[in-house]
Design a protein around this ligand. Structure first.
Ligand code: SF4
Length: 629
């Protein structure tokens, strides 16, 4: 490795690949996969490989602006702080909000959550990760008592049966898909089942593709649960010892999905395909079921998550090598956001609003007597509240809701009526920017400094290797400066980004004593040099431990008060098109392989644009359809 090579992490998907970035003498950036990083062992997908094409100052926001006028940071920060304070004074703390992003680093996320919930005193901070994985958070908490991904990537390679549900892994988590492909090449007997209404690129590896009707996943997994029970496929020792609620879950499953023909009819599948899937799941012990947005982004997303977890709990296939339910997060730091409490209905460090002990712990730790006592507005409700004039001051960080939220016309209308909108971003000309009264220039990948957590609970560093351009600043710095100007000098006086991480780690361990699995207390005293040199590791990392934890729950020890997991009794909720004649079409979302989110970064790369250069819709031939671009 040359002196100019920096170890960092890819800023795109939740796989969280390690990257070696080298600045060349001509200023260009060469990237390679980091052979030592445990997420990718040197591999990179097309997006990761083209990261060097996306750096540079073209299209960057480089100065603070108020109303289109370039200003200094002092004026910009004073304005943001005073306008937020004015709204709070006039209308109360619930009149202000932050809408943040899984693109933020954990340290940015931590201080944003601390300012809003701890010191402004409202729960009104939500994140674009709400759209991609809040169903999994809720499903994990219902089942396990805490938002925990029990396994690790290696489990997807070790499994003899891998079930991918609502996950075009080939395009959305490409390096993980390559690891799976290599495992199947090495062990051709490994079975792969893809459950997805559409035939996606992930089906290239599939032994069986179940193209079920959209929204019928619960019928399928309830049917599987009932089938396993009828055919002696359950682990009653595990159930009796470690799980509650199973009798009711079995009863609901029997009622909703009584037979293979009934499941096939409900899901629009061939009976023989359903039977094959059930038979494989019954007979192959080493099973992983992995899912992503096809499960989460749904009106019944949480139930789908629990339907999957139910069959793993019922068979005791969890937290052991090659076994477990596995949520694949979409964004690079969706998991970090969950850890700091970046969702409106979380407190911080996996603690909850409705637990008075948790409230006391966070309030005491932050020395924040004004800590919010109830959940704030979630993303869609938040923008509705903006449209209704209930939110008067809004700060949007590192995301573009004018493109990415559902019903963007309503989002545009809401933003156009909001009294005060701040946008901090690295890009100058997003669709959101015309709605901003204040624009704050943020650092981009290659300049940012902090940590991210990937889908398998692995904390990695994003390190800077490019100079800070012009007047751009880290997101955490902007938040802290505004916090100080609002009167909270001591709470936001961090010497550097490592100090924020130490505080985050300390909070995770504060009055924990094994109550919460999210505990990275071992990192609470880490000095700045050690932070800079940090090698990736999976949490939990409790005080006194030096290695992370790959798997959880293999021996039970779930996080509900009785130490047991809960199976959830699930009835079927018909998809909307079945209940509302005004909405006769079913739409599925998907990701383009070589583009990321709203394309502000990846579209800068000509080689990435060669694949599919813009969003498109595909329409079933019965409605006349070739792809519409
Ligand atoms: S798989 Fe994801 S994290 Fe890895 S290089 Fe590709 S986009 Fe980046």
């Amino acid at each position: 490795m040359s002196n100019l090579t920096t170890k960092t992490t890819c800023p795109y998907c939740g796989v969280g690949c390690g990257v070696l970035a080298t600045v060349q003498p001509d200023g260009s950036v060469q990237v390679q996969g980091d052979p030592k990083h445990p997420a990718n062992y040197g591999r990179l997908c097309s997006k990761g490989s083209a990261l060097g094409d996306t750096v540079g100052l073209e299209g960057r926001l480089l100065h603070p602006e108020i109303g289109g006028r370039t200003v200094g940071w002092e004026e910009a920060l004073d304005t943001v702080a005073s306008r937020f304070q004015h709204s709070i004074d006039e209308h109360g703390p619930d009149s202000v909000a932050f809408y943040v992003s899984g693109q933020l680093l954990t340290e940015d996320y931590y201080v944003a959550n601390k300012l809003m919930k701890g010191f402004i005193g409202t729960g009104n901070i939500d994140t674009n990760s709400r759209l991609c994985m809040s169903s999994s958070v809720a499903g994990h908490k219902r089942a396990f008592g805490e938002d925990i991904v029990p396994g690790c990537y290696e489990d997807l390679e070790l499994a003899d049966l891998l079930v991918l549900v609502g996950s075009n892994t080939a395009w959305c988590h490409p390096v993980l898909y390559r690891r799976i492909a290599k495992a199947k090449e090495d062990r051709p007997g490994m079975k792969i089942v893809v459950i997805d209404p559409r035939r996606t690129a992930a089906c290239e590896l599939a032994d069986l593709h179940l193209a079920l009707k959209p929204g019928t996943d619960v019928a399928l997994f309830n049917g599987l649960l009932h089938h396993l029970r009828r055919h002696d496929g359950l682990d009653f020792v595990f159930l009796e010892k470690h799980v509650s609620g199973f009798a009711k879950a079995f009863s609901y499953a029997a009622e909703s999905s009584p037979s293979i023909p009934a499941v096939a009819a409900a899901c629009g599948l061939e009976e023989k395909d359903v039977a094959q899937f059930f038979q494989w799941f019954h007979s192959i012990k080493m099973t992983v079921t992995a899912w992503s947005q096809g499960v989460n982004q749904s009106f019944s997303g949480t139930d789908k998550v629990n339907a999957i977890i139910n069959v793993h709990l019922a068979t005791g296939r969890i937290g052991k090598p090659g076994m477990g339910p596995f949520s694949l997060t979409g964004q690079p730091n969706a998991m970090g956001g969950r850890e700091v409490g970046g969702l409106a209905n979380q407190l911080a460090a996996h603690m909850d609003f409705d637990n008075s002990e948790h409230h006391k712990i966070v309030s005491e730790f932050w020395e924040a007597p004004n800590l919010a006592s109830r959940a704030g507005l979630k993303a869609v409700d938040l923008f509705q509240a903006i449209g209704e004039g209930r939110i008067k001051a809004l700060w949007i960080m590192a995301t573009n809701p004018v493109v990415s939220l559902p019903d963007v016309n309503a989002v545009r209308r809401a933003l156009s009526t909001c009294d005060f909108v701040v946008v901090s971003d690295c890009a100058d000309a997003t669709d959101l920017m015309p709605y901003a009264h204040v624009r704050l220039p943020a650092l981009a990948w290659g300049e940012k400094d902090g940590t991210v957590t990937n889908s398998e609970r692995l904390i990695s560093r994003q390190r800077p290797f490019l100079p800070v351009p012009v007047e751009a600043k880290p997101d955490w710095w902007m938040v802290c400066e505004v916090g100080k100007r609002m009167g909270f000098q001591n709470a936001f006086a961090y010497a550097d980004v490592a100090a924020i991480f130490r505080e985050h780690a300390s909070l995770s361990a504060y009055h924990n004593e094994g109550q919460r699995l999210f505990d990275i207390g071992a990192l609470a005293e880490m000095d700045t040099v050690t932070y800079d040199e940090w090698s990736p590791a999976q949490w939990p990392l409790v005080r006194g431990s030096s290695v992370g934890t790959s798997r959880l729950f293999g021996a039970g020890d779930f996080r509900h008060p009785d130490g047991k997991a809960r199976m959830i009794a699930l009835s079927l909720k018909p998809p909307k098109e079945a209940i509302d004649k005004d909405y006769p079409f079913v739409l599925n979302t998907g990701r383009i392989r070589d583009q990321w989110h709203t394309m502000t970064r990846t579209a800068r790369s000509s080689r990435l644009n060669r694949h599919i250069p813009e969003p498109y819709a595909e329409i079933h031939p019965a409605f006349g359809g070739l792809p519409i671009y």
